[in-house]
Write a protein that binds this ligand. Sequence first.
Ligand code: NAD
Ligand code: MG
Length: 388
Amino acid sequence: MKKTIAVLGATGSIGIQTLNAVRTCLNNVNIDVLTGYKNIDRLAPLVDEFKPEKVWVPDKEAASKLNALVTHRCKVFTGDEELIACAAENNADIVINALVGRAGLAPTLAAISAGKDIALANKETLVTAGPLVINLARKKNVGITPIDSEHSAIWQCLQDNPQAVEKILLTASGGPFRTWSQKKITNARAEDALRHPNWKMGAKITIDSATLMNKGLELIEAMHLFNQPLENIEILVHPQSIIHSMVQYHDGSVIAQLGLPDMQLPILYALSAPKRVKNNFPRLDFTKCGDLTFEAPNIDKFPCLALAIQAAKTGGTLPAVMNYMNEWAVGEFLKNKIGFYDISSLIALAFRSYTVKPVKTLADIQDAEAWAAQFIKSLPSTKYEIHV
Ligand code: NAD
Ligand code: MG
């Protein structure tokens, strides 16, 4: 494979695993762009190792720090506008979007507008603006390949016959609180929620996995990526995270994709599909992986999932409001400023005050996010005792 890639979010969990997969398994891959954020000490050695043409960091201070740490000379960009420009103006064949949160949307749209194929980890892109992103990609004849493990699995299972799908079985680990009582979860703190049983990921997605909002975001992601109605997607809790998702065809056959929980596998597939890259990562041993079990998700215990299903059903600007509220509330929870169930309560409160609008342009999403920002400002600042 001879390819040039841009890695947005190079210092995060997916970014680091992408660069490790490139380092260990892919010859002939050239890296044109790397972006970091706060962790300049982590970015600097990557710049010297991969020698990109362009690097982006948030501000001038970060740029000076980076320049002092690296020997490789490259153009260093700063500020939100230049992040968007770096996503579009580069020599990459594929832009890997491993940014976290709603910051990922504008760079994705810019890269698609510039005709770049996208390997997408940033699920918030499709949650906030799925129809806009998918329509633009179609218009520009751009491919969007999923990095999220479930979506990579579904995509692999769909290669058989996408016309004959009966339903998608979207698997979920259930997170660290699957077996906890509701009472115990009420008092859970950030450090409890950050202990995911199967995956080591960035902080935001780890909290989203504990609330099951992650599965709700993935449900909306799957609807847009695979053009499926909500009722064709079933969420199935599978605590071992060995089956990464399945597709049931209209003859009753079910095709599953299995593997050890290692994000490098979907990352490699997103970059090389339909080819498979040989590697020496650990293999799944069926005699050692134990029982594979399944159960329905408990929506009463995890109200974020119910809210995401409501947003998926309603559509329009509601998923963007949900995503904004969730991102903010997860940040507050990580600082131990609010409780676990306040995340869902605050989103529910916003839903009750918001009038949903159709999405025609990016401005509609931006208006919805501005509404959510204003709503947050209007909340009592000392304590959010808003259990609903
Ligand atoms: P992370 O927090 O570890 O990394 C995020 C990256 O984005 C970092 O490089 C960070 O510096 C950068 N960043 C953060 N805020 C930014 C901003 N405002 N502007 C520019 N850059 C910014 O997150 P992650 O766990 O790697 O997740 C990245 C995305 O991939 C998320 O959308 C997540 O849902 C998705 N995802 C992650 C995993 C995983 O295993 N980590 C699995 C599936 C999907
Ligand atoms: Mg996932």
